[in-house]
Write a protein that binds this ligand. Sequence first.
Ligand SMILES: [Zn+2]
Ligand SMILES: [Zn+2]
Length: 386
Amino acid sequence: MPVKNRFAELLPEITEWRRDLHRHPEILFETHRTSKVVADKLREFGCDEVVEGIGRTGVVGVIKGKTDSGKVIGLRADMDALPIHEQTGVEHASQTAGAMHACGHDGHTAMLLGAARYLSETRNFDGTVVVIFQPAEEGGGGGREMCDDGMMDRWNIQEVYGMHNWPGRPVGSFAIRPGAFFAATDLFEIYLEGKGGHAAKPQEVVDTTLMGSHLVTALQSIVSRNADPTKNIVVSVTSFETSSKAFNVIPQRVHIRGTVRTMDNEMRDLAEKRMGEIAAGVAATFGGTVKVDYQRNYPVMVNHETETEYAAEAARAVSGDCADAPLVMGGEDFAFMLEARPGAYILVGNGDTAPVHHPEYDFADEAIPAGCSWWAEIVERRMPAA
Ligand SMILES: [Zn+2]
Ligand SMILES: [Zn+2]
C-alpha cells in the first residue's frame, strides 16, 4: 500500500501546522505554546483523553480503536527547538531571535498530529494508541522525565515507536537498524588547578595552560590506545577556558569540557575510568591538582529486534523499501523510552537539505505523507481491526 490517500488530502493543512510551529520555536522544557497547540488539536480531533504536564511540558493523547484488544502502542514525537539563529530566509522562518527548529521537531510534531487526526477519524484498529509529545529532546532529557512521571504504567503502554527526519536520504524513504543505533552521550568537565603568576617567571608557577594542553592531547589516547579498535567511541574536547585572559599572567585554573560517545557500556566504563587516570597522571606530572566530573547523560539507544522488523515492514508498505541505517554517534533521548518498553526508532528521508543543527536547515514538508502513513501503518498492522 502506498501513502494513505487521506494524508495526501491533509498535506496542505499539516504543512500549515508545521510552518506555524516553525515560526514559533521553543527550547528545552519551555514548549508552552507548542504544548498548548498540540493539546488543543488533539482535543479538536476527538481524542478520548488529553493530558498536559507529563514530564513538565509533555502532552499525551489517547485514541481508542473500534474494539479493545487490551493492546496499547505508544507513538512519540519531540517538540523542542534549538538555540540557533535561523538563516534559511524562508517565509515561515523563526520569529524568535536565537531560536529555531533546526532539527525538524516541528515536522515530527506535525506528522504525529496528522496521524492522530487520521486515527481519531478512522479508529480502524483493535486496541489503544497513545500519542506522546515530549519536550527537551535536545539535551534536557524530556523523554526520561515523561517516563519518570509514570507515563508507561499509567497508560499501560506495551510498545513504543519513534521517528526522526534524515537529511541526505531521499525524501520520504526509510532506514532503520536493529540493536544499538544512536550513541550514549556522556559529558565531562575537568577542573585543573596549578599556581598562577607572572608569565615572565615560569620557575615560580605551576602552569595550568601547559598541563591542560598535555591533557587534551593525552585524552585522545583513550580512543587510539585503550579502546578496542573494532568498537565505536568518540572523545571530543569542546571547550578550554583559563581563569585569566591577560597576555602576561599564567592562569591559576583551567576548565575543560567535552563529550564522550559510545555504543556499549563496556566502552562507556572504559572512557570514564581512563579519563580519571589520565587526568590524575597529567596533573601529578606537572605538579597541579585535578577534579574530573564525568556525567552519564543519554544511554545508548537500542532498537529491539522484533519491533524493528515491524517498523521496517510498515516502512516497506508505505514507500516500497526500507534501507539499512548506519550507526549514529549522535544521541537520542528516545533511548529512555526504549529502555522502558520494547520498540523501534526509524529514519525518514529529508532530501538534499542542510544537515540538522545547521542555521540553513529546514524540515521537508514533502516527507509528511510518508511519515504520517508510517505511523498509521504501525498501528493498523500491530493491532489489526477485529
Ligand atoms: Zn537534534
Ligand atoms: Zn532531533
